[in-house]
Design a protein around this ligand. Sequence first.
Ligand SMILES: CC1=C(/C=C/C(C)=C/C=C/C(C)=C/C=O)C(C)(C)CCC1
Ligand SMILES: [Fe+2]
Length: 333
Amino acid sequence: MVPTGPRHRPAGPVAAAARVATALSLAAVVAVVAVEPTVGWGDLAWVPLVAGLLLGLPHGAVDHLVPARRLGRRPPGTALFALGYAVVAVLAWLAFRAAPGPALLVFVALSVWHFGTGETAFADLRAGRPVQRQATASLVLGGLVLLVPLARGADDAAPVLAAVVPGAGTLPAAVPVTVLAVVLPAAAALAAERLLSGRWLEAAEVAVLLVLVLVVPPLAAFGVWFGCWHAVRHVARVLAADPAGDADPAAGRLAAPLRRFALAAALPTAAVLAVLAWVWSAADGWRGFLAAGLPLLAALTLPHALVVAWLDRAEGDAPAGRGPAAWQRVRPW
Ligand SMILES: CC1=C(/C=C/C(C)=C/C=C/C(C)=C/C=O)C(C)(C)CCC1
Ligand SMILES: [Fe+2]
């Protein structure tokens, strides 16, 4: 697909998908927040976590097709790329098995970066700006949606972490306190900065996320954010890069691109679900399921984060109107 337009990628194909994704993600988060002061999540707080993790699975399922869609590659290139993707995932899984402690730290750091850059990239595209690197904002946003729930939910996460990293001691109590003391004021400052620069929707979103991570049981907060916010917004970007061209998404017709996405995502998602079903059957409750599933999640996250980082670079470096040559400069292989 060759982008067109004078200065940067037009909001066209992204705009409709981004609007729907914004509405869906905000509605889901507000609904989950509303449950807490009314009926309360109580003992069911693990449901949004596990459901959110499962719901979020397909968002990475067409990663192996993204460069092909962007660059118009033919199947042999795509097959090779999918193979490389799988090799990176297997290597990450082996690293997790060999050194779970350091691997978990790297996984959390990578996740903070991936979640934060996902937020800023989506906001840029939605506003019709080229994707820009915003390191501080990314760290703050990634910290807000992952580190704050982990810090607030340290007691819930402890048995999972103990199972993933056998023999590791408990985290000093100062760690979660420091995380909260740094990330929460930083997020409030980011909301204020966005508001002062006239980016009121982004400011409101940071405020909504602050309420989410402070009000809802922490791991449930992370689950709904992951499945209904991060994944939904990423899928919107994928729909905008629909292989059939810009016409459908640009005209706001999302059903056909969504169908093509669902078709392409079905097999990889089914394969991961089959592995997870086996993990669930062997696990003793949801904590055991998480402990066994985390290395798998981490393994899939590494190639996923790399592909999305490439996509961000492509959507920042290859502004519209420069033709395929501009895209070739940012080929991933
Ligand atoms: C450590 C830990 C968690 C961390 C999950 C992470 C870090 C998920 C990252 C996923 C990514 C980056 C997906 C890519 O799109 C849970 C399950 C919340 C709870 C238990 C302890
Ligand atoms: Fe992701």
